[in-house]
Design a binder for this molecule. Structure first.
Ligand code: DHB
Length: 521
């Protein structure tokens, strides 16, 4: 009897181990016969028929079954040559469940244009699993990126059976999702992630992608605070803060010039992009954006800080010329909106035609021949801030700095127990702590700037980067530097600060899809 009991216990124990193993380690699978037919009605009434393959777990060691799978949607007519559009819905560095095509955004549009659509889930800073009685945070940096990289590897692993060409994967995301898209593009096959992916049971495949679409990427987090204060320190909003916050803002702002200079970036003409000319560089990009909108019929009020010169095409910066002497560059060196020399431009933007110039023609709302010649950055930044209040000081690594609460980013770099941590040495020092080696490494693994041009990463050849011209969620320089670094390393980069756009994504889809059609040709 005793023996029977012992054998039974042994059997039960063995079965338990098997059951535990079975639920944790499941081989990667894709069954082409498991597709379900469905359709999506686009906003214009067009119906797109597709086959959905859902709940495709992309790692063998599934830690969180709510998020670590993806859905694939194959539109009618797609072949093994069709490009693939991988849309991540990560926002706020939160977890994101694999979803379904949306008629209103780029996912539905991709299906309608014949792309194989991939929507992966990924863990995030607040996602947890229960281990016994304990709650474990499983999605802190760099887990979301690892999940997305595992999804890319899965697509390569089953490239012969899944319709679509895994060598033509275009990633798309907005904000924290834009950061993820930029990381997918910047960190392809990088050995730094290999052991982590192996431990998760990701396919042993390449994870580089063909192109990355990044809407307002909230990235370069370890330099985001200094960039933010450098840009906004002189706005009325910052000047209305307490003396202690203003002092912090100024300290952070003062760190930005040496960071910019350390990047060694070049403008398109090969000259240095550095702290001396950086503000002017932003200004020229904004002028170009506003001019493009103006040419398309937008009304751009003088009150935002623009100067206009009717018929002055030859002297308009947007046409590659320098501003009229006295009109431009009338700010002192230093920070945006710093001490100014008195402006010699006409108050109110000067729309009077210059002597000897033919009068401008007006066709509808569009004034043909009217050019933006300059922008008062101080005024413009006050306008941006008037449309949405700034973040606090510091904007990102705020935890315990002068009594500030933790930001989402402080959580993103926290540990499995759910801690908030500082991730920059400056904030850590203010908060009376230090950044651990582990956190430093996670910060690096989450910064595309650390991988572009390192000679090791397989960086995507094509990039589409957008940051709205009035998006204050992070400084313009985050996207500007990303674009410049990519351009400098020979990548094809389509970059804009689209006029009057707040923090948002998947807009101007005609423009995006025309660009994608060109690169996949
Ligand atoms: C997002 C926005 C933020 O301002 C931020 O700091 C992080 C993420 C987002 O919308 O994803």
């Amino acid at each position: 009897m005793k023996n029977i009991i012992i054998v039974s216990f042994a059997l039960l124990f063995a079965m338990n181990i098997c059951a535990a193993k079975k639920s944790k380690v499941t081989p990667l699978q894709f069954n082409p016969d498991n597709g379900v037919k469905a359709s999506l009605t686009m906003t214009d009434g067009k119906v797109v028929n597709y086959t959905a393959y859902t709940k495709l777990y992309f790692v063998t060691n599934v830690e969180d079954s709510t998020y670590q799978y993806m859905n694939i949607f194959v539109p009618e007519g797609a072949t093994h040559q069709s490009p693939m559009f991988l849309r991540t819905y990560v926002g706020g560095y939160m977890a994101s469940e694999a979803g379904y095509p949306q008629a209103q955004d780029a996912s539905g549009r991709a299906l309608a244009e014949g792309y194989v659509l991939v929507i992966p889930g990924s863990r995030g800073r607040t996602s947890t699993v229960k281990q016994g009685k304990k709650t474990i945070y499983t999605g802190r940096a760099p887990k979301a990126l690892l999940d997305l990289k595992a999804a890319v590897r899965y697509l390569r692993h089953f490239d012969n059976v899944i319709p679509g060409n895994a060598e033509k994967i275009i990633t798309d995301g907005t904000s924290a999702g834009g950061a993820m898209s930029s990381l997918l593009g910047a960190t392809g096959n990088h050995p730094s992630y290999a052991p982590l992916l192996k431990a998760m049971g990701a396919a042993d495949e390449r994870d580089d992608v063909f192109a990355s679409v990044c809407y307002c990427p909230i990235t370069d987090l370890d330099h985001a605070d200094m960039a933010y204060e450098w840009l906004y320190v002189n706005t009325d909003s910052r000047k209305s803060l307490s003396a202690s916050k203003q002092a912090l803002s100024q300290e952070l702002a003062a760190q930005f010039p040496s960071y910019i200079n350390s990047l060694g970036l070049k403008k398109a003409d090969g000259t240095a992009l550095n702290a001396e000319n950086y503000l002017d560089y932003i200004k020229q990009i904004l002028i170009k954006s506003a001019q493009e909108a103006k040419d398309a019929g937008a009304d751009i009020p003088d009150s935002l800080g623009f100067s206009f010169s009717s018929m002055a095409a030859f002297q308009a910066p947007v046409n590659g010329q320098s501003s009229r002497p006295g009109m431009g560059n009338n700010r002192a060196e230093g920070m945006p909106g710093g001490e100014r020399r008195p402006s010699v431009g006409r108050p109110g933007g000067g729309r009077k035609p210059s002597a000897g110039m033919p009068p401008m023609r007006i066709s509808g709302r569009k004034m043909v021949g009217e050019y933006i010649t300059d922008l008062d950055m101080g005024k413009y930044l006050n306008y941006v801030v008037s449309t949405q209040p700034l973040k606090g000081v510091p904007a990102f690594d705020s935890y315990n700095v002068d009594g500030a609460a933790a930001s989402g980013e402080n959580g993103e770099f926290g540990n499995a127990q759910g801690s908030d941590v500082n991730f920059t040495s400056w904030s850590a020092e203010k908060a009376g702590t230090a950044v651990s080696e582990e956190v430093k490494e996670n910060v690096r693994l989450l910064n595309p700037m650390c991988f572009i041009g390192d000679g090791v990463s397989s960086v995507a050849p094509h990039w589409y980067i957008r940051h709205g011209a009035r998006d204050r969620d992070t400084a313009f320089s985050v996207s500007i530097n990303l674009a410049a670094k990519l351009q400098n390393s020979g990548k094809d980069v389509n970059f804009k600060l689209p006029w009057n756009r707040p923090h948002s994504g998947d807009y101007a889809l005609n423009e995006l899809f025309a660009w994608m059609a060109e690169i996949v040709k």
